[in-house]
Write a protein that binds this ligand. Structure first.
Ligand code: ADP
Ligand code: MG
Length: 354
């Protein structure tokens, strides 16, 4: 196991700067998830850690060692890709053993490692099968087996579950977490799926266009998103964001939204007339006697809760109701939220206030 330290790292392809400079510290044994929309540079960053892509400037260290110029084979990492492409004409056992054979490892040691990985992944009964005779989940497990046998200092995963159906994805998510608890290995996991990120990470790193927007524990990022990008990206359905202006009444701050005022939390920086964006999570939006008048467009009961989509002043507002009220499209409801449930962002910088 090892730490991974990324300092002032940049990457350009020709004249195109893909990563303008970022820093990430990954602790020994930590499970870090890089999450962000497609094209934000996640795979590029992961491939630079792996040594599959050159770095333009900056430094990457694994353990105490600077690995900038080390070839992938000498970095003591193992990577699992989205397209994990097993060798179709090799058995499960041979697929897992392949990289070790290439390194001319002792046969007894290879057998021992393959047996251990198969045991960890529940693949023991399938070692003599060919990939075509496996389910999607089993194939994914073989791909992880190939990584485990190498007993690396760091595991790198690049969207390993993207090709699986939804149910299997949830199951494999739990398996990978369990695997991590068992092996305690430092892991960098890339996904565009914020639910995967929230559920799996010790630390979540939210990226946009090659930049880190925020990093921290999943709950902290959820509870205190650093800006409107993170606020909208983390959480499903997305946080409702509404433009407003700060007004003061009897010394207390309010957000003026059209002709409705909502009480704001008493935080610093709420100067009169400041242009802000307020954020309210769907589960914090409440129906009340008075509030933002919104017209319901769609009602989606899911059983445990009901998702209510509505429109206010041209904006879509989403509410999650767990009290089984009845709603119908076309109905006007009044929406409000407790001051402490309201996030406040500066409209120009989009950064969180407080
Ligand atoms: P992600 O994995 O987050 O979807 P990538 O790291 O694959 O994003 O890509 C980040 C950006 O770098 C994208 O704009 C992509 O088009 C660009 N890019 C990736 N690889 C190359 C390459 N070999 N040459 C030029 N541009 C590339
Ligand atoms: Mg990618």
């Amino acid at each position: 196991m090892a730490t991974v330290k990324i300092q002032s790292l940049t990457k350009s392809y020709g004249a195109v700067e893909v990563i303008p400079g970022l820093d990430v510290d990954i602790a020994d044994g930590e499970f870090v998830v890089l999450v962000g929309p497609s094209g934000c540079g996640k795979s590029t960053l992961l491939r630079m850690i792996a040594g599959l892509e050159s770095i333009t400037s900056g430094q990457i260290s694994i353990g105490e060692k600077v690995v900038n110029n080390l070839p992938p084979a000498d970095r003591d990492i193992a990577m699992v890709f989205q397209n994990y492409a097993l060798y179709p004409h090799k058995t499960v056992g041979a697929n897992m053993a392949f990289s070790l054979r290439m390194r001319r490892m002792d046969k007894a040691e290879i057998d021992r490692r393959v047996a251990r990985a198969a045991d960890i992944l529940g693949l023991g009964p399938y070692l003599d099968r060919y990939p075509r005779a496996l389910s999607g989940g089993q194939r994914q497990r073989v791909a992880m087996g190939r990584a485990i046998v190498r007993d690396p200092q760091v595991f790198l995963f690049d969207e390993p579950l993207s090709n699986l159906d939804a149910k299997l994805r949830v199951q494999m998510r739990a398996e990978i977490r369990e695997l991590h608890q068992r092996l305690q290995s430092t892991t960098v996991y890339v996904t565009h799926d914020q639910i995967e990120a929230m559920t799996m990470a010790d630390k979540i790193v939210v990226m946009q266009t090659g930049r880190i927007e925020q990093q921290g524990r999943p709950v902290d990022v959820y509870d205190k998103p650093a800006n409107t990008f993170v606020a909208a990206f983390i959480g499903s359905p997305s946080m409702n964001l509404i433009d407003g202006v700060v007004v003061h009444k009897d010394g207390a701050p309010f957000a003026r939204l059209g002709d409705i005022d909502l009480a704001l939390p008493r935080i610093a920086g709420l100067d009169e007339n400041r242009e802000i964006i307020i954020g309210i999570r769907p589960e914090e939006l409440k129906v009340a006697e008075a509030g933002l008048p919104a017209e319901i467009s769609v009602v989606e009961p899911t059983g445990a809760e009901t998702l209510v989509m509505s429109r206010y002043a041209g904006r879509e507002l989403t509410l999650i109701d767990r009290e089984r009220r009845s709603y119908h499209s076309g109905q006007t409801i009044h929406l409000t939220a407790k001051p402490e449930a309201i996030h406040v962002f500066d409209r120009k910088t989009t950064n969180r206030l407080d």
